[in-house]
Design a protein around this ligand. Sequence first.
Ligand code: SAH
Length: 262
Amino acid sequence: MIFKAKKSLGQNFLVDKNILKSIANSTKIEKYDEILEIGPGTGNLTEFLIKKNPKKIYLIEKDENLVNLLKNKFPENLNIINDDILKFSKNSLLNEKSIIFGNLPYNISSQILAKFIINKNKFKFKKLIFMFQKELADRILAKVNTSNYGRFSILANWKFDIEKVIDIKPNSFLPKPKISSSLLIFNPKTPSVKLINPKNLEYVTSVFFNQRRKKIKKPMNILFKNSLDISKKLKLNLDLRPQNVSPEVFYQLTKEYENLRS
Ligand code: SAH
């Protein structure tokens, strides 16, 4: 390969054409849809996305060398932006027709997802199609009462219906990563519990899951002066452990936490 991959930027380029095609085919792309691709790298997935003829394609790539490579590779009018997705705030580039793709840099993939959940910038979009390390994908998909269940699944399920498309083996990438990946689709939904600030959900769940093996009595006391009243109101048994508390209850608890502060 001409381009030397940078580990610090999580560069593992997808080279398996069948997989690239199935990612591009994982959702219907209409001619009025717009695509934003995070971390296009050498443009392997981009090539397949172009064939879908969306109205627009924006690429956001942090590595300046790759930006230059992409500009040479795609002389046609793609919008190639040299920026860090974690700092990106141009919500004018996004609307209800935007489909956001990303074979995400693994070192920051959970932060990128959190950015679209907490959504401080009021991003609009139709769906997210993200690739993660399988381990993280499993945690995002985990159900209550399982060992993988925790903050990722609670946060992600607050805002999205999530479906898994495929698992992808390490040898589909160059350089080859150590573990498998999974492709997930996130379809935004109206949250069952409306929150003033979703960052509070991040905080409340962190208080519970920082001691995931302990009973929830203690974190309840940290969060609420009237923790007994709250647990009665929500019919919550304080001898449970965080892993046994459903997402819905965490959303309710966050609502109570917000009520106390407003
Ligand atoms: N989509 C390509 C590359 C995936 S590797 C493919 O499938 O082949 C991850 C890509 O994200 C790399 O190109 C890396 O340079 C880029 N990247 C890493 N950190 C980034 C950040 N903070 N913002 C935008 N792009 C980033």
